[in-house]
Design a protein around this ligand. Structure first.
Ligand code: URA
Ligand code: ZN
Length: 370
């Protein structure tokens, strides 16, 4: 029997979330611009800044963002058996404290029901009401195991507002560890726009997406490591978007900087008890394979092990720039590039490639329902 292909990095906005985006006039929002043209999705910080012409318009939003049947069509076109769907950024981060709890429940229930409508094809990462008090967040985590298809949560890098090394997050990490819910850590906020310079608008979204996103993830997970999150919660499982940003490449430098820093302080800095970056990479970290190159996939497999790297697409982001009109859905370059990278990274080691394409996700995320 052919082994299964599983996409662990694939997003959806359930209809009630789209309604909220449509009702807003501040980022994030959806707006209709030109009659007859698709609505536009404006989500990234600064994306509606009028001085930044090329990115000010966001991106077109069509049914591939909210119609689950479009996800299934996309999966069929690309040979994907199972998708682990997650809410796209910026999740519930922007909600007021009072609305967050109810909407988290609604969104998590809606996404789980989408899975139920396509049994065997879909599983889910839920979302957390991070602007609510921590008891509310913890309560939602303890509710997640009642959702048949939910295997973890997706979240950004801001945590409760102060990043992922915030000690106030300990009850959240503890509940996630206890419920065996994987954190899918995904970027959204990028880097301060000044680092991209005055010509940034000439380059569209290239700098924030190619570099800002991965560096944001790298810094966020490094802060978790430095603050001892994985020492306090040794069973916590974190799936890093975009193959860990630059963590596989920089892990050695990070470990070396730690060992040479006389001012790295706090209880977690004690050399005898501290877990090394390499140990954490091989025990707590999962890396998606959304890195678009053989070199990137190999780095991920060396850093965390080929048994901890998982295929993904980032659908519905990165569609082909020009769709072939009137034809059946064409294969997306962003997806075929990731398939090719996996094939080339493992060459004759076909079993490892198959594990990355699906077996690892099925095992590590428990993608069965009996
Ligand atoms: N991929 C995502 O998941 N989100 C974005 O905003 C852009 C690309
Ligand atoms: Zn994504």
């Amino acid at each position: 029997m052919a082994s299964k292909v599983v996409d662990v990095h694939t997003h959806v906005y359930p209809p009630q979330y789209v309604s909220i985006l449509k009702s807003r006039s501040k980022v994030p929002y959806v707006r209709d611009t030109t009659p007859g043209q698709p609505s536009r999705l404006i989500i990234l910080p600064g994306e509606d800044d009028p001085s930044s012409e090329s990115t000010a318009k966001g991106r077109p939003i069509g049914p591939e963002y909210y119609d689950i049947n479009k996800k299934i069509e996309f999966m069929d076109t690309h040979g994907i058996d199972i998708s682990v769907i997650s809410l796209a950024n910026p999740w519930l981060d922007f909600l007021d404290r009072d609305e967050a709890k109810g909407l988290a429940r609604d969104v998590n229930d809606a996404i789980d029901s989408m899975c139920d409508a396509h049994p065997g094809r879909l599983f889910a990462f839920g979302a957390l009401p991070l602007s609510a008090p921590s008891e509310v967040i913890v309560e939602e985590i303890h509710r997640l195991p009642t959702l048949k298809y939910t295997r973890g949560i997706i979240m950004g890098t801001s945590g409760l507002g102060n990043g992922l090394d915030d000690p106030e997050l300990d009850p959240v990490y503890q509940a996630l560890e206890q419920e065996n819910m994987t954190i899918f850590l995904h970027p959204h906020y990028g880097l301060p726009k000044e680092v991209f310079g005055p010509r940034a608008a000439d380059y569209g979204h290239v700098l924030p997406l190619a570099l800002g996103f991965p560096l944001e993830t790298t810094i966020a997970v490094t802060r978790m490591i430095l603050s001892g999150v994985f020492d306090r919660f040794p069973k916590l499982s974190v799936l890093l978007a975009h193959s860990g940003g630059t963590l596989p490449f920089l892990a050695g430098r990070l470990e070396s900087c730690i060992l040479h820093d006389a001012h790295y302080s706090g209880p977690e800095a004690k050399v005898e008890s501290r877990r090394s970056v390499w140990d954490i990479l091989k025990t707590n970290i999962l890396l998606d394979a959304v890195v678009y190159s053989e070199l990137g996939v190999r780095a991920a497999a060396i850093a965390s092990g080929a048994d901890r790297v998982l295929f993904g697409t980032d659908h519905p982001f990165f569609p082909p720039l020009e769709a072939a009109e009137g034809e059946e859905e064409q294969k997306w370059l962003s997806v075929t590039t990731n398939y090719k990278a996996i094939r080339e990274a493992f060459g004759p080691e076909k079993e490892q490639a198959e594990a990355v394409l699906g077996g690892n996700a099925i095992r590590l995320l428990r993608l069965t329902t009996d």
